[in-house]
Design a protein around this ligand. Structure first.
Ligand SMILES: *Cc1c(COP(=O)(O)O)cnc(C)c1O
Length: 468
């Protein structure tokens, strides 16, 4: 072996020497000596390799301890980080969907920090029901007789199917056999729930007579699924909730609708197309309605089931309910969000999803101008501009409706290697303390400002990144 390499290898500090360095002593106190020692060993092994390949030509105790410190800090960082969602999709499943209202955040912290009456009746001093904390509010807001809440809407549908239709048949329109993404497909979930899917109608048209023809003595219920992430346009026909309810009544079988996103407010108030509300589905005669807590409702991840008392009772008695139930933090958050719905006039102010949904293009434009004036600098490596763009609601709500918005666009100044410069910029924004997530489009990085509520946070991070 080359004598230079040998002398470098001899200079590698020992584990004990490093453990004794001032910086690693501090880290040992925080993370424990075992964790620090593991990292020292890994860094020393890496150094040996790099010396042998010639990648490292200089070594010191100080440098080595700094390397170990960096490795420890990187691993000790939480993996789940808050990010700035500037993708233009408001409810983004990959980005944690709905941010909670302030009130709900406080409620979660409080519930998490203490013990509470989650399943304890403070009047009788006996065991209580965790649904009790939400049921009354849900019924008041939707007009339903009863309600229960589970982990998410996928769980809600699974539980409803398994409770009402185990080893029985469920007719569903071919136009509603959806895949939501993340392998949630109606036919698969029905199979796992133990029921038999009876496909009826065609992709674009399903009639009342199709349901009628499919009903046998094995039919457990009639199911409607809101086609949330796509729309069929043109020569189409589907059977309304009201019509389905009358038909099911004739045969004395229950009706169920999976609303997907589900909302408690009429989106036409915000200038958007009509999206069926949970209370409409109840008033149109649906026996059970399921929807998500963290889509348009703007709350925590949850699956809400509302409807007839008798059916909700059956659902609560299904042993699977125990496996799909929500925890105290979800209950605290959801209860706080539902409280807000009691006062519709204040909703936009308090619920981030609705606030972002209802921002006008004009408001976003003035925010963009403000930001641009503070970001533009002669030593930037990039040109900045304001461009009109289209935001989306996301998570399957109103898929064919986009919301006019504005983006701050960032494009490389030079003409060469623009693609790779943009990619690098994108990576450096993902590497920030609070990562900034935009999208590359038309030779520029687009930051849709619709969901930006903390301009200072973006500015303090973006300014240094633009100089590189
Ligand atoms: C989103 C969605 C689901 C799944 O809801 P999660 O809360 O994500 O589990 C189910 N059905 C429809 C129609 C949906 O849009």
């Amino acid at each position: 072996m080359n004598t230079n390499i040998q002398s470098l290898l001899r200079k590698i500090p020992s584990v004990d020497t490093l453990l004794d360095s001032s910086v690693l002593k501090v880290l040992s106190k925080t993370y424990g000596p075992d964790f620090v020692t593991c990292h020292i060993r890994e860094v020393l092994e890496l150094l040996r390799q790099q010396i042998k390949t010639g990648a490292v030509t200089d070594i010191s105790n100080r440098k080595t301890s700094v390397m170990v410190e960096a490795a420890i800090r990187k691993e000790a960082e939480p993996s789940l980080k808050n990010i700035l969602n500037l993708t233009g999709t408001i409810i983004h499943t990959n980005l944690g969907r709905a941010p909670l209202p302030e009130q709900a955040v406080k409620a979660v912290a409080q519930a998490a920090a203490g013990t509470n009456n989650l399943e304890f009746n403070l009047k009788s001093g006996r065991r209580g029901d965790r649904d009790h904390h939400l049921e009354k509010l849900l019924c008041r807001l939707t007009g339903a007789e009863a309600a229960t809440v589970v982990n998410n809407n996928a769980a809600a549908l699974l539980l409803v199917l398994n409770t009402l239709a185990l080893r029985k048949q469920v007719p569903v329109s071919r136009g509603e056999l959806i895949e939501i993404g993340g392998s949630f497909r109606i036919p698969d979930i029905m199979q796992r729930a133990g029921c038999k899917l009876i496909e009826i109608g065609t992709t674009n048209r399903t009639h009342g007579k199709d349901y009628r023809a499919a009903i046998t003595d094995k039919t457990a219920m009639l199911l409607k699924v809101h086609t949330s992430n796509y729309s069929i346009e043109g020569f189409t026909k589907s059977v309304s909730e009201a019509e389905l309810s009358v038909l099911a009544g004739e045969f004395n079988i229950p009706t169920v609708v999976d609303l997907g996103s589900g909302t408690l407010v009429d989106l036409r108030k915000f200038g958007l197309p009509y999206e069926p509300t949970a209370q409409d589905a109840i008033s149109q005669g649906m026996d059970l309605v399921t929807f998500s807590g963290d889509k348009l409702l703007g709350g925590p991840q949850a699956g809400i089931i509302i409807g007839s008392k008798e059916l909700i009772q059956k659902i609560k008695r299904n042993p699977m309910k125990r496996a799909l139930r929500v925890d105290k933090m979800t209950i605290a958050a959801l209860s706080s969000v539902l409280q807000l719905y009691l006062n519709p006039a204040q909703l936009v102010k308090h619920i981030p999803v609705l606030r972002q949904l209802s921002r006008t293009q004009k408001e976003i434009h003035s925010q963009a101008k403000q930001l641009l004036s503070q970001c533009t600098a002669p030593d930037n490596a990039y040109d900045l501009a304001i461009e009109a763009c289209e935001s989306q609601i996301g998570s399957g709500a109103l898929p064919s409706k986009s919301l006019p918005s504005y983006a701050l666009t960032i494009s490389p100044r030079g003409k060469k290697r623009r693609g790779s410069i943009l990619k690098n910029l994108n990576h450096s924004l993902l590497d920030l303390r609070v990562p900034v997530i935009g999208r590359i489009h038309n030779d520029a990085l687009w930051l849709d400002l619709r969901c930006l509520e903390d301009e200072q946070l973006l500015l303090t991070q973006l300014k240094p990144a633009l100089k590189q």
